[in-house]
Ligand binder design. Structure first.
Ligand SMILES: [Fe+2]
Length: 241
């Protein structure tokens, strides 16, 4: 599997606390069947003010530590970017890490707040799409407005977004609403990628296999392959060259 959303870089956001935890998480990912992983620390203005340079420096440190421990996993880095009006300026300055490319567009892993669908988000998304940037929306199933109005997910797709659902939502770890919306998105073929959004060993491990098996048995094995392996690999291929 190819896991393209995770918070394993230590001391940079609310993910892994130290190098030991990061390495444990990588080993857990390998045990789940992950062969490639994109580490995506929060890029959240005012909360996690991580510059692209700081993210890359911390990433290379962890990559080296993983190589020294012979952990059999390929690693790359990007970011989970919280939606903000200031992004327009940062995109123009080349200061946002992209997660890959798709149909000649660059892809950004874009996070909405959990509480609501922010006014003006559709305008910002249209601006991005108009500038050859495709937003890959992180865990739309956890957004309360989309939970109340699932058709907002259809709207995001119509605007040109891709959707990433989190594996823990599919198996019910984020509650019934997130699970029900995941089901709606899966049934209606609105999901492009499933990823772990792993943060730590205890509460939010890189758990993918259970969700993979659920999608394979409830829908089709080919569908699970597409969401957990084929599409995430295609979208992020440029990071691994
Ligand atoms: Fe995340």
């Amino acid at each position: 599997m190819v896991d393209i959303h995770s918070h394993l870089i230590p001391n940079i956001d609310d993910g892994a606390r130290d190098k030991a935890e990061a390495l444990s998480l990588l080993r857990m990912a390998v045990d789940e069947g992950v062969t490639r992983m994109v580490l995506t620390p929060h890029f959240h203005i005012g909360r996690f003010d991580n510059s692209k340079t700081a993210i890359f420096e911390s990433f290379f440190e962890l990559k080296l530590a993983a190589a020294k421990q012979n952990i059999p996993i390929e690693l790359a880095v990007a970011a989970e970017v919280r939606i903000d009006a200031e992004l327009l300026y940062l995109f123009e300055q080349g200061r946002i890490p992209f997660i890959g490319s798709y149909n000649n567009n660059k892809i950004v892993l874009l996070e909405l707040p959990h509480s609501h669908f922010p006014p003006g988000a559709d305008k910002l998304i249209k601006w991005m799409v108009g500038h050859s940037i495709t937003p890959l929306i992180a865990h739309p199933e956890r957004n309360r407005d989309i939970q109340k109005h699932p058709e907002l997910a259809n709207k995001l797709k119509r605007l040109g977004c891709l959707l990433q659902v989190t594996s823990a939502s599919i198996v019910g770890d984020f509650g019934t609403r997130a699970q029900d919306l995941s089901e709606y998105l899966l049934v209606n073929k609105l999901v492009d990628v499933v990823a772990s959004d792993a943060h730590n060993v205890k509460r939010r491990p890189p758990k993918l296999r259970e969700a993979y098996n659920k999608v394979a048995s409830e829908f089709a094995p080919e569908y699970a392959e597409e969401l957990f392996c084929i599409t995430p690999k295609q979208l992020t291929e440029s990071l691994f060259i």
